[in-house]
Design a protein around this ligand. Structure first.
Ligand code: CMC
Length: 431
């Protein structure tokens, strides 16, 4: 008998089965053969929120949650954050290898030349109300790109997929910046091709009346590093949404809109916004013990935002890098006064049995909002700043799925627990 297998005895029938194990997993379809009789559909696995189910094979990013490791295409996130640039990292995620000098130059040119958006897109955005949340604007406008680039629906064509990937990475920053300017009532700023990806983004976000926007190099580098850290994170809710929509062969902009929508929630990319709101509500270091007690009692469903992760059961490596970077940014912007509350919250939580037992550590969102706030961003824009770099990971994963012949339209099963075969009751007979 092969050792890479699982022996299962069905106690309902006394029958035994041998199921292969490959890469540390069994195939869910292999348990379908386990049935009581011929009429039985066969055994299903029940996994609400996919906590223990791999739905894809992927070689884009890797997380070891127990050890606190994150790698993109095998490269540790720490090395990319220290030595790489965001667009170089984007190339790595999309193409699988680090670019050589020519490849990087061409890639940067290609993306830079896709940062402009059509004037109709601008008009579309101008239609939003003055108080529209920028994330809602981003979801809608990115989705609307599918109407501007109808060829994008030829998703089986690899060259079309690459073109949309370059286009999406180029344009998402412009749309995001314009969503921000819209909330301020300021004119939208067109891209400046002389600047780096992050420098140009700062230009489109912050330029006022100056002839030429010159980004502060520390802030520009900090944005670039934050973008590297946020570029991909394997099968999270939004990547799963991207893949699920993509699996019906919808165009990538429709899938991206879904992924951004999934990121929007406070349990995912909206957590950086929620962290700042939480710190502001705590107000002072003296109120922390009471807040922690509230969290532990589960009162009103209060959670320590920016803590905990489905996969990391150790310090999120991105959180460590963001925390280190905060000091450099604060030297330029001035110290965010909420930092003291955050540091004390972290210290208390890491020593508290409740958090230790559940292996709850700071995640990437715990400190990133403090940096963005110090840079002058309002909290509503934080999830948008997360969506810009994550577009790279979503597009890389979306495209990867087309090379996997086992991928079909995503169609989970359910365990139906409702009523069956009832006769229609006329209105007069209903209680
Ligand atoms: N504060 C207090 N308790 C928590 C927290 C938290 N932040 N996170 C988890 N727990 C508790 C939870 O109540 C549960 O306790 P018990 O076993 O007594 O019921 C236990 O820890 C397990 O929690 P879970 O909800 O089953 O864990 P999950 O894997 O479903 O949730 C999470 C992961 C990220 C949604 C959750 O930790 C959370 O809500 N964190 C706060 C929101 C946040 O920071 N999200 C950003 C995640 S990182 C960025 C990204 O990739 O999106």
């Amino acid at each position: 008998m092969s050792k890479e297998s699982l022996s299962i005895t069905d106690n309902r029938t006394g029958k035994s089965y041998e199921i292969d194990i490959k890469d540390g997993a069994i195939r869910a379809m292999d348990i379908r053969q386990i049935a009581i009789d011929e009429d039985d559909f066969g055994l299903l696995s029940y996994d609400p929120s996919l906590g223990n189910t791999a739905t894809v094979t992927s070689s884009v990013s890797f997380i070891d949650g127990d050890k606190g490791i994150l790698e993109y295409r095998g490269y540790p996130i720490e090395q990319l954050a220290e030595k790489g640039t965001f667009l170089e990292t984007a190339y790595l995620l999309v193409h699988g290898e680090l670019p050589n000098k020519d490849q990087l130059e061409n890639w940067e040119t290609d993306i830079t030349h896709r940062t402009m958006v059509l004037e109709n897109v601008k008009k579309f955005m101008e239609g939003f109300r003055y108080d529209a949340h920028p994330m809602g604007m981003l979801v809608s406008t990115v989705g609307a790109l599918s109407t501007f680039y109808p060829e994008a629906k030829n998703v089986q064509d690899e060259s079309v997929r690459l073109e949309q990937t370059i286009r999406a990475i180029g344009k998402v920053g412009t749309i995001a910046a314009w969503a921000y300017r819209h909330t301020l009532g300021y004119p939208y700023i067109y891209p400046d091709n002389d600047l780096s990806y992050s420098g140009n983004l700062l230009n489109m976000l912050f330029r006022m009346v100056e002839d030429k926007y010159i980004p502060n190099p520390v802030i520009e580098r900090a944005m670039d590093v934050l973008f590297i850290l946020h570029a991909d994170h394997e099968q999270n809710a939004s990547a799963n949404t991207m893949r699920a929509i993509g699996s019906s062969l919808a165009d990538p902009y429709s899938a991206l809109a879904g992924a951004i929508g999934s990121l929007y929630g406070p349990l995912h990319g909206g957590a950086n916004e929620a962290v700042i709101r939480m710190l502001e509500e705590i107000e002072s270091v003296d109120n922390i013990p009471k807040f922690i007690e509230n969290v532990k009692s589960g009162a009103d469903g209060v959670r320590l935002m920016g803590f905990g992760h489905r996969v990391y059961k150790n310090y999120d490596p991105r959180a460590r890098l963001v925390k280190e970077m905060a000091d450099k940014v604060f030297e330029v912007t001035g110290r965010n006064p909420l930092l003291d509350i955050a540091l004390e919250l972290e210290r208390i939580a890491l020593e508290d049995e409740y958090f230790i037992e559940r292996k709850l550590y700071p995640n990437v969102d715990f400190y990133s909002g403090l940096i963005y706030q110090a840079m002058g961003f309002p909290v509503e824009i934080f999830p948008v700043l997360f969506a810009i770099p994550r577009t790279v990971g979503w597009m890389a994963q979306w495209s990867e799925a087309f090379g996997d012949r086992e991928q079909r339209i995503v169609r989970p099963r359910q365990l139906y627990v409702g009523e069956r075969q009832r006769d229609y009751v006329s209105m007069k007979d209903r209680s």
